[in-house]
Design a protein around this ligand. Structure first.
Ligand SMILES: Cc1ncc(COP(=O)(O)O)c(C=O)c1O
Length: 398
């Protein structure tokens, strides 16, 4: 049987691809500490569960294709709270930010069209771009320069007649980079001047640790034609399994085209939307508490990492990830070895090897991505396991 050339171009997620090895390792009785996946342990707001318990319709019907009105209103209110006025028609509810991404790519990219993305990047962008027929053009960044990319000359040098859009993640996954207001303006002007869609993945908007006010590209009022925002309740409310996101744009033509796909996929899960609408009523103190907890976790990880000889990293300013360069030439091979040949008191550690966050072959081989989504003790133990692993791995090779 033949498979499509589009699926042949796709790879497994660097975050999940070691699952079979994980299972084997666990069968040996080894406990695995997870730094690989961005699944927070923060309690989902009670409103989600209450809304679902209250549901007493006799039929679980399809929801309207754009989303249930309560949730669209809730999203509008939330944006209004950060100073952005949206109309109901600027929002469609999606099955997570993931569906918002794939709908957007299918709507703006033709076969061979180019999507500029600073790398390292959230690896699923590559899969969604491949399926749409588009091609990711990576914009290189440098760990030594804190992975920053908002430089007009740099961005401009990657524009070609096939460029259709630039996609950025702010705050960044996997780097934790948070754009300054000036950097946001540079990117907005770049997209506007080049007639490109500016797709901004803001699913980590709440997670900034420098005391900055929450910001969104939707605050700029001169890029309505260009801007598409990818949003989600997954990280905001620690509700990843709810699978509820949103696609937001004031470009009416874009939204009209998106609606063709929304109608074809019928609707997003009715109960999850009800739960999500209720979560938007959560008291604002929830975000302050959660932000404070993640900041502690970030600091715990950084403190432990700084003790490991040869490890380089920048303290991330946002999201809940960190890229670190290890004194190891191939972190993919190192991870395999940590499953098969290493344990310390019956425990080992799992991270996401860096190469999977690059679309340029050969890059990121010495890097790893760490998700700091578990409690501080768990994270400190994980990093100590990593330190012991690095030492044993390099001693073995020497
Ligand atoms: C940058 C980024 N965008 C989008 C998503 C998709 O999340 P979801 O589909 O759960 O909203 C994720 C998930 O980790 C992510 O890290």
């Amino acid at each position: 049987m033949n498979f499509s050339s589009k699926i042949e171009k796709c790879s497994y997620s660097p975050i999940r691809k070691f699952y079979p090895l994980q299972v084997e390792c666990e069968k040996k009785g080894t406990k695995i500490y997870h730094l690989n996946i961005g699944q927070p342990d923060i309690r989902t707001p009670q409103g989600f569960f209450d809304a679902i318990k209250r549901f007493d319709d006799e039929v679980v019907e399809y929801a309207p294709s754009p989303g249930i009105p309560q949730l669209i209103d809730a999203v509008r209110n939330y944006y209004s709270g950060i100073g952005v006025e949206l109309s109901a028609g600027d929002i469609v509810v999606t099955t997570g930010g993931s569906e918002a991404l794939s709908l957007t790519f299918s709507t703006v990219l033709d076969d061979g069209d180019e999507l500029l993305v600073p790398e390292p990047l959230y690896s699923n962008y590559l899969t969604f771009a491949n399926l749409s027929g588009g091609k990711v053009v990576p914009i290189p960044t440098d760990p030594e320069n804190g992975y920053r990319y908002a430089c007009r000359e740099l961005l401009q040098s990657y524009v070609s007649p096939r460029s259709r859009a630039i996609l950025i993640t702010n705050p960044g996954n996997p780097t934790g980079v948070v754009l300054t207001r000036d950097e946001m303006r540079i990117i907005a002007d770049f997209a506007k001047d080049n007639g490109l869609f500016l797709i901004v993945d803001e699913v980590y908007r709440e997670f900034v640790y420098g005391g900055q006010k929450l910001s969104s590209f939707s605050e700029f009022d001169d890029i309505d034609e260009n801007l598409v925002i990818i949003d989600s309740v997954s990280k905001r409310f620690s509700a990843c399994g709810a699978r509820v996101g949103a696609l937001i744009s004031r470009n009416g033509e874009f939204m009209a085209n998106i609606m063709k796909l929304c109608q074809a996929r019928l609707s997003v899960a009715t109960l999850d939307q009800l739960g999500a609408a209720e979560m938007y009523k959560t008291d604002k103190s929830f975000f302050d508490e959660v932000r404070c907890e993640y900041k502690k976790r970030r600091d715990a990880v950084c403190e432990e990492l700084a003790k490991i000889p040869g490890v380089r990293f920048d303290v991330p300013e946002g999201a809940f990830y960190l890229m670190a360069t290890l004194p190891v030439d191939d972190t993919d091979a190192f991870q395999r070895w940590l499953f098969t040949d290493f344990e310390l008191d019956g425990e080992t550690v799992m991270f996401a090897p860096g190469a999977g966050f690059y679309s340029s072959p050969g890059k990121g081989a010495s890097e790893i991505r760490i998700a700091y989504v578990r409690n501080c003790d768990y994270l400190r133990r994980s990093i100590r396991l990593l330190a012991a692993g690095i030492e044993a791995y390099n001693a073995r090779k020497a």
